[in-house]
Design a protein around this ligand. Structure first.
Ligand SMILES: Cc1cc2nc3c(=O)[nH]c(=O)nc-3n(C[C@H](O)[C@H](O)[C@H](O)COP(=O)(O)OP(=O)(O)OC[C@H]3O[C@@H](n4cnc5c(N)ncnc54)[C@H](O)[C@@H]3O)c2cc1C
Length: 434
């Protein structure tokens, strides 16, 4: 039976990235009035492939998001290859993935995913009240107890619930008194795309299969040290268009000429990628990289867990709460899980959506989400040092999966077998002394 205390909340979300838009969809569907405040214009939205494993896809489906509109490629294999020759070292098949976990593993291009989430949050169709979006609103201050957000343009808004989804350099986090502890990772990443039409035109090895592919190459000389060199390649644009496939090229920061922070920089020449140890790389892979476009450097950081995620009527989520290295491909999925938790906790099933109980609801959100996200965060550091720590490679077969779990490795079972609705119900029962 719905809670009799349920109040429609006025929710202010700071940041309209994948996390903020997911929270908007979840909270709109839970019956709240949601405003999204984004510092930029969405036209400059950039990025490359985003992995959305079953634990993320599950929520997109529950929220009735039009997944085909995101033009996904369904991942069917994780292939590990030798650096110099491209020889397959390991081929982890995901053909039973959907059968086992109830959802597929989607690869999206970030722009496609962002656009569909934006449409879902703001559409007049669908459950709940369409969310409003305010661009060019840079958050400057948050009064978490009073529920007030102030923006650089002079606008001040009050809300029952404030969500900081403002990424790894979060202002909301700072305003909640959370002190970030992060340091530059020893690795830098270059991201680039290869157009399918160029693969055909120049007779390159065709990696743009409609159904799958993620390849990781380990430097022969550094077999045990994937922190030194590795490339992740993924198709993230569905056939028949399949316009491009995407490469993440990791290398030691000291071998690069890019030491700036952040995501968006000037495109770099291909020689910046094909430097240092890349001169020994599989020639087929080199040929693809030589024909790449949109080459961007991406500085990476190791983030330690934060002391807390909420204060008064405000909380953080997504990268603002748990920035992580990309090696478990869980950044977006963990942000989606945060959004799902907020949507469930503040639904009419429970009594947290009421003036008196919002802070208690945020405390429960932290209880539910912080341990799990922290575990993925630390596993993403381990996978930097050893690619065999990556979910998937840790659990190749059932006995190995058990072994991996016994060794404390993150397994597919732990990620995809998790039941958030049950977890929240059990924690609420504890709160009620049941
Ligand atoms: C431009 C960009 C490109 C990315 N590319 C990739 C990629 O190629 N592969 C990958 O795996 N991950 C990528 N990521 C990260 C990935 O999207 C996130 O890890 C994940 O989706 C979690 O998202 P988030 O919403 O928590 O944070 P983000 O995606 O970082 O979103 C934060 C949002 O908050 C806005 N914001 C920041 N500060 C303020 C402020 N003070 N006031 C108002 N708004 C603010 C930002 O403009 C942004 O839209 C990218 C992120 C960004 C921002």
């Amino acid at each position: 039976m719905p809670s009799s205390n349920f109040k429609q909340l006025k929710v202010a979300i700071v940041g309209g990235g994948i996390g903020g838009l997911s929270a908007a969809v979840a909270l709109r569907r839970a019956g709240h009035l949601v405003d999204i405040y984004e510092r930029r214009d969405f036209d400059v939205e950039v990025g490359a492939s985003i992995s959305c494993a079953a634990n993320g896809t599950q929520w997109l489906r529950e929220w009735e998001v039009d997944i085909p509109d995101m033009k996904p490629v369904v991942l069917m294999n994780l292939v590990m290859r030798e650096w110099e020759t491209g020889k397959v070292l390991n081929d982890y098949k995901l053909d039973k993935y959907e059968e086992e976990w109830g959802n597929v593993y989607n690869m999206f291009h970030r722009q496609d995913m962002h656009l569909t989430l934006f449409k879902t949050a703001t559409a007049t169709e669908g459950k709940g009240t369409p969310c409003k979006v305010f661009i060019n609103h840079i958050c400057e201050k948050v009064d978490a107890e009073a529920g007030i957000v102030t923006f650089k343009n002079g606008v001040t808004v009050s809300a029952d619930l404030i969500i900081g989804a403002d990424g790894i350099r979060s202002v909301v986090r700072h305003e909640l008194g959370i002190v970030p502890d992060s340091k530059s990772a020893p690795q830098t990443c270059y991201r680039c795309n290869v157009l399918t039409e160029d693969v055909k035109k120049f007779g390159l090895v065709d990696y743009s299969s409609p159904s799958y592919r993620l390849a990781a190459n380990t430097g022969e000389e550094y077999k045990e040290r994937t922190d030194v060199l590795n490339i992740i390649k993924s198709s993230c644009h569905r056939a028949p268009e399949a316009r491009w496939s995407h490469f993440y090229c990791f290398m030691p920061t000291e071998l690069t000429s890019h030491h700036e922070e952040g995501f968006v920089f000037k495109e770099v020449p291909v020689t910046d990628i094909l430097q240092g140890r890349y001169d020994t790389l599989d020639p087929d892979c080199v040929a693809l990289l030589k024909h790449s476009i949109e080459r961007m450097p991406w500085r990476l950081y190791v983030h330690q867990p934060y002391s807390h995620w909420f204060k008064g009527k405000a909380c953080v989520m997504g990268d603002a709460a748990h920035g992580m290295l990309p090696h478990q491909s869980q950044g977006a999925c963990q942000a989606i899980e945060d959004a799902a938790a907020l949507g469930i906790i503040f639904s009419d099933k429970y009594d947290f959506a009421s003036d008196a109980n919002i802070t208690r609801g945020l405390e429960l959100y932290q209880t539910i989400r912080k341990p799990r996200a922290t575990r993925v965060q630390s596993a993403s550091v381990k996978a930097t040092e050893n690619l065999n720590e990556r979910i998937g490679f840790t659990s190749m077969t059932a006995p190995d999966a058990e072994l991996a779990a016994a060794e404390g490795k993150l397994t597919i079972n732990e990620m995809n077998g998790y039941k958030m609705h049950d977890h929240i119900e059990a924690e609420v029962a504890k709160l009620h002394g049941a």
